[in-house]
Design a protein around this ligand. Structure first.
Ligand code: FMN
Ligand code: SF4
Ligand code: SF4
Length: 253
Protein backbone atom coordinates (compact mmCIF):
# COMPACT_ATOMS: atom_id res chain seq x y z
CA UNK A 1 0.00 0.00 0.00
CA UNK A 2 1.56 3.32 -0.97
CA UNK A 3 -0.63 5.41 1.34
CA UNK A 4 -0.98 4.50 5.00
CA UNK A 5 -2.49 6.28 7.98
CA UNK A 6 -1.08 5.45 11.39
CA UNK A 7 -3.84 6.38 13.81
CA UNK A 8 -3.90 6.58 17.55
CA UNK A 9 -7.43 7.10 18.82
CA UNK A 10 -8.73 6.34 22.29
CA UNK A 11 -12.26 7.70 22.14
CA UNK A 12 -12.74 7.63 18.36
CA UNK A 13 -12.40 11.28 17.28
CA UNK A 14 -9.09 10.80 15.48
CA UNK A 15 -10.25 7.54 13.90
CA UNK A 16 -13.35 9.31 12.59
CA UNK A 17 -11.11 11.84 10.80
CA UNK A 18 -8.73 9.18 9.46
CA UNK A 19 -11.67 7.27 7.98
CA UNK A 20 -12.65 10.30 5.92
CA UNK A 21 -9.29 10.50 4.11
CA UNK A 22 -9.66 8.60 0.85
CA UNK A 23 -7.26 6.08 -0.65
CA UNK A 24 -5.26 5.27 2.47
CA UNK A 25 -5.02 2.08 4.48
CA UNK A 26 -5.63 2.74 8.17
CA UNK A 27 -3.62 0.98 10.86
CA UNK A 28 -3.67 1.57 14.60
CA UNK A 29 -0.38 2.71 16.08
CA UNK A 30 -0.82 -0.16 18.55
CA UNK A 31 -0.46 -2.60 15.61
CA UNK A 32 2.91 -1.06 14.74
CA UNK A 33 4.03 -1.10 18.36
CA UNK A 34 3.33 -4.77 18.99
CA UNK A 35 4.72 -5.88 15.62
CA UNK A 36 1.43 -6.91 13.96
CA UNK A 37 1.99 -4.38 11.18
CA UNK A 38 5.04 -2.76 9.61
CA UNK A 39 5.00 0.05 7.09
CA UNK A 40 5.65 -1.50 3.64
CA UNK A 41 8.75 -0.26 1.80
CA UNK A 42 6.48 0.97 -1.00
CA UNK A 43 4.77 3.53 1.27
CA UNK A 44 5.13 7.05 -0.10
CA UNK A 45 2.40 8.86 1.86
CA UNK A 46 2.17 8.54 5.59
CA UNK A 47 -0.55 10.14 7.70
CA UNK A 48 -0.26 10.38 11.47
CA UNK A 49 -3.64 11.09 13.05
CA UNK A 50 -3.82 11.43 16.82
CA UNK A 51 -5.28 13.39 19.72
CA UNK A 52 -3.37 16.13 21.53
CA UNK A 53 -2.46 14.97 25.03
CA UNK A 54 -1.21 17.54 27.53
CA UNK A 55 -0.28 19.99 24.73
CA UNK A 56 1.89 17.30 23.14
CA UNK A 57 1.94 13.76 21.80
CA UNK A 58 0.28 10.75 23.41
CA UNK A 59 2.82 8.24 24.71
CA UNK A 60 2.01 5.63 21.97
CA UNK A 61 2.63 8.24 19.24
CA UNK A 62 6.02 9.14 20.70
CA UNK A 63 6.90 5.44 20.75
CA UNK A 64 5.68 4.95 17.18
CA UNK A 65 8.13 7.58 15.92
CA UNK A 66 11.04 6.62 18.14
CA UNK A 67 10.74 2.82 17.95
CA UNK A 68 9.01 2.05 14.65
CA UNK A 69 9.65 4.88 12.19
CA UNK A 70 13.22 5.48 13.31
CA UNK A 71 14.07 1.81 12.68
CA UNK A 72 13.24 1.85 8.95
CA UNK A 73 14.57 3.52 5.81
CA UNK A 74 12.14 6.40 5.29
CA UNK A 75 13.67 7.79 2.09
CA UNK A 76 10.56 6.75 0.06
CA UNK A 77 8.22 8.78 2.28
CA UNK A 78 7.53 11.81 0.08
CA UNK A 79 4.54 13.22 1.94
CA UNK A 80 4.11 12.95 5.69
CA UNK A 81 1.04 14.68 7.06
CA UNK A 82 -0.56 14.95 10.46
CA UNK A 83 -3.97 15.75 11.86
CA UNK A 84 -4.20 16.34 15.60
CA UNK A 85 -7.65 16.33 17.15
CA UNK A 86 -8.09 18.26 20.36
CA UNK A 87 -10.51 20.03 22.65
CA UNK A 88 -9.30 23.49 21.70
CA UNK A 89 -5.80 23.80 23.20
CA UNK A 90 -3.39 22.05 20.83
CA UNK A 91 -0.51 24.44 21.69
CA UNK A 92 2.79 22.72 20.90
CA UNK A 93 1.51 19.30 19.74
CA UNK A 94 2.29 19.72 16.03
CA UNK A 95 5.55 21.49 16.74
CA UNK A 96 6.42 18.56 19.00
CA UNK A 97 5.61 16.07 16.24
CA UNK A 98 7.67 18.04 13.74
CA UNK A 99 10.64 18.06 16.13
CA UNK A 100 10.32 14.30 16.71
CA UNK A 101 10.20 13.62 12.96
CA UNK A 102 13.13 15.90 12.21
CA UNK A 103 15.05 14.03 14.91
CA UNK A 104 14.80 10.79 12.92
CA UNK A 105 15.52 12.44 9.56
CA UNK A 106 11.91 12.81 8.34
CA UNK A 107 10.07 15.96 7.33
CA UNK A 108 6.49 16.86 8.13
CA UNK A 109 4.87 18.31 4.98
CA UNK A 110 1.48 19.18 6.41
CA UNK A 111 0.00 19.54 9.87
CA UNK A 112 -3.41 20.68 11.05
CA UNK A 113 -5.35 20.61 14.29
CA UNK A 114 -9.09 20.33 14.70
CA UNK A 115 -11.23 20.93 17.76
CA UNK A 116 -13.59 18.02 18.31
CA UNK A 117 -16.39 17.18 20.72
CA UNK A 118 -14.41 16.38 23.81
CA UNK A 119 -14.59 13.46 26.13
CA UNK A 120 -11.79 14.62 28.39
CA UNK A 121 -13.44 14.14 31.77
CA UNK A 122 -11.11 16.19 33.99
CA UNK A 123 -12.08 19.36 32.11
CA UNK A 124 -15.73 18.50 31.58
CA UNK A 125 -18.17 20.47 33.68
CA UNK A 126 -21.35 19.39 31.88
CA UNK A 127 -22.66 15.93 31.13
CA UNK A 128 -21.15 14.35 28.02
CA UNK A 129 -24.03 13.72 25.63
CA UNK A 130 -25.34 13.40 22.12
CA UNK A 131 -26.43 17.04 21.62
CA UNK A 132 -23.07 18.31 22.78
CA UNK A 133 -21.39 15.96 20.28
CA UNK A 134 -23.44 16.92 17.25
CA UNK A 135 -23.32 20.66 17.94
CA UNK A 136 -19.55 20.60 18.43
CA UNK A 137 -19.06 18.56 15.28
CA UNK A 138 -21.21 20.84 13.14
CA UNK A 139 -19.00 23.80 14.03
CA UNK A 140 -15.92 22.15 12.55
CA UNK A 141 -17.34 20.32 9.51
CA UNK A 142 -15.97 22.92 7.07
CA UNK A 143 -12.55 22.88 8.65
CA UNK A 144 -12.41 19.07 8.49
CA UNK A 145 -13.38 19.13 4.82
CA UNK A 146 -10.64 21.69 4.09
CA UNK A 147 -8.02 19.63 5.88
CA UNK A 148 -9.02 16.50 3.97
CA UNK A 149 -8.94 18.38 0.67
CA UNK A 150 -5.46 19.72 1.50
CA UNK A 151 -4.20 16.24 2.32
CA UNK A 152 -5.73 14.54 -0.71
CA UNK A 153 -4.08 17.19 -2.90
CA UNK A 154 -0.75 16.92 -1.03
CA UNK A 155 -0.67 20.59 -0.07
CA UNK A 156 2.13 21.82 2.16
CA UNK A 157 1.55 23.46 5.53
CA UNK A 158 4.42 23.20 7.94
CA UNK A 159 3.53 23.98 11.56
CA UNK A 160 5.56 26.80 13.06
CA UNK A 161 8.10 25.87 15.70
CA UNK A 162 7.23 27.21 19.11
CA UNK A 163 9.96 29.13 20.93
CA UNK A 164 8.83 27.56 24.23
CA UNK A 165 8.58 24.07 22.76
CA UNK A 166 11.30 22.55 24.96
CA UNK A 167 9.48 23.69 28.10
CA UNK A 168 6.09 22.40 26.89
CA UNK A 169 7.68 19.18 25.70
CA UNK A 170 9.11 18.43 29.13
CA UNK A 171 5.78 19.32 30.72
CA UNK A 172 3.68 17.16 28.41
CA UNK A 173 6.11 14.20 28.55
CA UNK A 174 5.76 14.24 32.32
CA UNK A 175 1.96 14.65 32.27
CA UNK A 176 1.32 12.08 29.53
CA UNK A 177 3.59 9.35 30.94
CA UNK A 178 1.99 5.99 31.85
CA UNK A 179 1.22 5.57 35.55
CA UNK A 180 -1.26 3.98 37.94
CA UNK A 181 -4.46 5.75 36.92
CA UNK A 182 -7.46 6.90 38.92
CA UNK A 183 -9.99 4.70 37.12
CA UNK A 184 -11.29 1.46 38.56
CA UNK A 185 -14.08 -0.97 37.75
CA UNK A 186 -16.99 -0.76 40.17
CA UNK A 187 -19.73 -3.18 41.17
CA UNK A 188 -21.55 -2.97 37.82
CA UNK A 189 -18.60 -4.61 36.02
CA UNK A 190 -19.74 -7.92 34.49
CA UNK A 191 -16.33 -8.98 33.16
CA UNK A 192 -17.39 -8.63 29.50
CA UNK A 193 -13.79 -7.73 28.55
CA UNK A 194 -14.61 -4.93 26.11
CA UNK A 195 -12.27 -2.58 27.95
CA UNK A 196 -9.39 -5.05 27.48
CA UNK A 197 -9.80 -4.83 23.70
CA UNK A 198 -9.99 -1.04 23.76
CA UNK A 199 -7.21 -0.02 26.14
CA UNK A 200 -4.33 1.38 24.04
CA UNK A 201 -1.83 0.42 26.72
CA UNK A 202 -3.02 -3.18 27.23
CA UNK A 203 -3.42 -2.13 30.85
CA UNK A 204 -6.60 -4.02 31.76
CA UNK A 205 -6.99 -7.67 32.75
CA UNK A 206 -10.09 -9.62 33.75
CA UNK A 207 -9.49 -11.24 37.10
CA UNK A 208 -12.20 -13.19 38.91
CA UNK A 209 -14.80 -11.84 36.50
CA UNK A 210 -13.87 -8.17 37.01
CA UNK A 211 -11.72 -5.67 35.16
CA UNK A 212 -8.51 -4.75 36.95
CA UNK A 213 -6.37 -1.79 35.85
CA UNK A 214 -2.57 -2.02 35.96
CA UNK A 215 0.15 0.60 36.31
CA UNK A 216 0.39 1.77 32.68
CA UNK A 217 -2.63 4.02 32.39
CA UNK A 218 -2.39 7.13 30.20
CA UNK A 219 -5.83 8.39 31.30
CA UNK A 220 -7.26 8.20 27.81
CA UNK A 221 -10.74 7.38 29.21
CA UNK A 222 -11.49 4.94 26.38
CA UNK A 223 -12.42 2.21 28.86
CA UNK A 224 -14.63 4.58 30.83
CA UNK A 225 -16.63 5.83 27.85
CA UNK A 226 -17.10 2.47 26.13
CA UNK A 227 -17.98 0.28 29.12
CA UNK A 228 -21.54 -0.96 28.36
CA UNK A 229 -22.85 -0.83 31.96
CA UNK A 230 -20.87 2.38 32.72
CA UNK A 231 -19.12 0.44 35.46
CA UNK A 232 -15.83 2.32 35.51
CA UNK A 233 -15.53 4.81 38.30
CA UNK A 234 -13.72 8.11 37.90
CA UNK A 235 -14.01 10.83 40.55
CA UNK A 236 -15.20 13.64 38.26
CA UNK A 237 -17.20 11.58 35.74
CA UNK A 238 -20.25 13.07 34.02
CA UNK A 239 -21.82 10.52 31.65
CA UNK A 240 -20.30 8.68 28.71
CA UNK A 241 -19.17 9.93 25.30
CA UNK A 242 -20.32 7.43 22.69
CA UNK A 243 -18.41 9.30 20.04
CA UNK A 244 -18.19 9.11 16.31
CA UNK A 245 -17.26 5.49 15.67
CA UNK A 246 -18.62 2.14 16.89
CA UNK A 247 -16.98 0.58 19.92
CA UNK A 248 -15.84 -2.45 17.89
CA UNK A 249 -13.90 -0.20 15.53
CA UNK A 250 -11.75 0.80 18.48
CA UNK A 251 -10.73 -2.77 19.34
CA UNK A 252 -6.94 -2.80 19.31
CA UNK A 253 -6.41 -6.46 20.03
C1 FMN B 1 -4.90 12.54 28.59
C2 FMN B 1 -5.54 13.58 27.73
C3 FMN B 1 -4.94 14.82 27.59
C4 FMN B 1 -5.52 15.78 26.76
N1 FMN B 1 -4.87 16.98 26.61
C5 FMN B 1 -5.40 17.89 25.76
C6 FMN B 1 -4.71 19.14 25.53
O1 FMN B 1 -3.64 19.41 26.08
N2 FMN B 1 -5.26 20.03 24.69
C7 FMN B 1 -6.45 19.78 24.04
O2 FMN B 1 -6.92 20.63 23.29
N3 FMN B 1 -7.12 18.61 24.22
C8 FMN B 1 -6.61 17.66 25.06
N4 FMN B 1 -7.26 16.47 25.24
C9 FMN B 1 -8.52 16.20 24.48
C10 FMN B 1 -8.27 15.30 23.27
O3 FMN B 1 -7.19 15.75 22.50
C11 FMN B 1 -9.52 15.22 22.38
O4 FMN B 1 -10.62 14.83 23.13
C12 FMN B 1 -9.28 14.27 21.20
O5 FMN B 1 -10.16 14.60 20.14
C13 FMN B 1 -9.47 12.81 21.57
O6 FMN B 1 -9.17 12.05 20.42
P1 FMN B 1 -9.53 10.50 20.30
O7 FMN B 1 -11.04 10.42 20.46
O8 FMN B 1 -9.10 10.14 18.93
O9 FMN B 1 -8.83 9.77 21.36
C14 FMN B 1 -6.73 15.50 26.07
C15 FMN B 1 -7.34 14.25 26.23
C16 FMN B 1 -6.76 13.30 27.05
C17 FMN B 1 -7.44 11.96 27.20
S1 SF4 C 1 -16.11 -3.03 29.73
FE1 SF4 C 1 -16.98 -2.49 31.74
S2 SF4 C 1 -18.26 -4.24 32.28
FE2 SF4 C 1 -16.89 -4.93 30.63
S3 SF4 C 1 -15.11 -5.78 31.72
FE3 SF4 C 1 -14.64 -3.65 31.31
S4 SF4 C 1 -15.26 -2.54 33.15
FE4 SF4 C 1 -16.26 -4.55 33.23
S1 SF4 D 1 -6.91 1.79 31.66
FE1 SF4 D 1 -8.57 2.93 30.63
S2 SF4 D 1 -7.96 5.09 30.81
FE2 SF4 D 1 -6.14 3.86 31.30
S3 SF4 D 1 -5.02 3.67 29.34
FE3 SF4 D 1 -6.39 1.89 29.49
S4 SF4 D 1 -8.28 2.48 28.45
FE4 SF4 D 1 -7.12 4.34 28.85
Amino acid sequence: MDSVIAVYSATGNSLSIAKRIKGAEIHFIEEFLDGRYALPESTVRLGIVFPVYCFGLPFPVQRFIRDCLSARDNSNLGYIYAVATCSGLPLTALSDLETELTGIGCALSYGATVKMPTAYLPLKKDAVGEIDTLAALNKVQNKIEHIIDDIENERIMIPSRWVMRRFFRALSRQAAAPRKGQLMAGDRCNGCGICTHICPMDNIRIENGKAVMGDSCISCFACYHRCPPNAIIYPKAHGQYKGLVDTKELFKR
